[in-house]
Design a protein around this ligand. Structure first.
Ligand code: HEC
Length: 169
């Protein structure tokens, strides 16, 4: 075969391979989206949270809730920001209704991570996953430290949630 004929023969395969790559990229939201505003939080999320909440934060039915809207609402109020901090510090258990679905499983506590790491993973959730507006201030390590000083259990975290989340049927 001449080089030109070889190229012509290979072309359909090259096109198919390019298409496969394009489809793979399109199927992966991380690749299609802009890079995360909180890359360290993103890495921590993939390590610590994605197993339950999914790599894109969409949640897993009956296992773990989506993190695509409530975290942004929480971050806009002082009590909501406390809720975010205590959820990662102390975990949460008991029935909750989020976007019309019940979740009654146990969110583990991540108190072993330091304050800066917890603030980073929450900022990834609030800004990169839940798309809070830029008028919302990022969570600071000091806000995590303030809640670490007042230990709670996961049931109390769920009780506090009632005061910051809209009631759903
Ligand atoms: C073992 C599974 C699991 C892992 C790992 C996990 N979560 Fe959760 N998460 C849950 C469950 C289950 C709930 C709901 C708890 C309930 O039913 O009371 C929840 C609830 C939450 C909520 C509250 C949502 C709301 O609307 O109030 C936030 C925020 C959250 N998780 C963030 C995280 C972050 C950040 C990480 C990683 C640092 C993480 N989760 C790791 C299972 C998990």
């Amino acid at each position: 075969m001449t080089p030109r004929a070889e190229l012509a023969a290979a072309a359909p395969f090259a096109a198919a391979a390019a298409l496969a790559v394009a489809l793979t990229l399109a199927a992966s939201p991380a690749a299609a989206d802009a890079p995360p505003a909180y890359p360290q939080g993103a890495a921590s999320f993939q390590t610590n949270c994605a197993v339950c909440h999914g790599a894109t934060g969409a949640g897993l039915p009956s296992l773990a809730p989506p993190l695509l809207s409530y975290p942004a609402r929480y971050a806009a109020s002082a009590e909501g920001r406390r809720q975010l901090a205590i959820t990662v510090l102390y975990g949460m258990f008991g029935d909750v209704v989020i976007e019309g679905r019940h979740y009654d499983f146990r969110m583990p506590d991540f108190g072993q991570l330091d304050d800066a790491s917890l603030a980073a993973v929450l900022n990834f959730v609030v800004f990169d996953l839940a798309h809070a507006p830029s008028s919302v201030a990022p969570l600071a390590s000091a806000e995590i430290a303030a809640e670490r000083a007042h230990p709670l259990d996961g049931a109390a975290v769920r009780e506090h949630r009632k005061s910051v989340a809209p009631t759903e049927p």
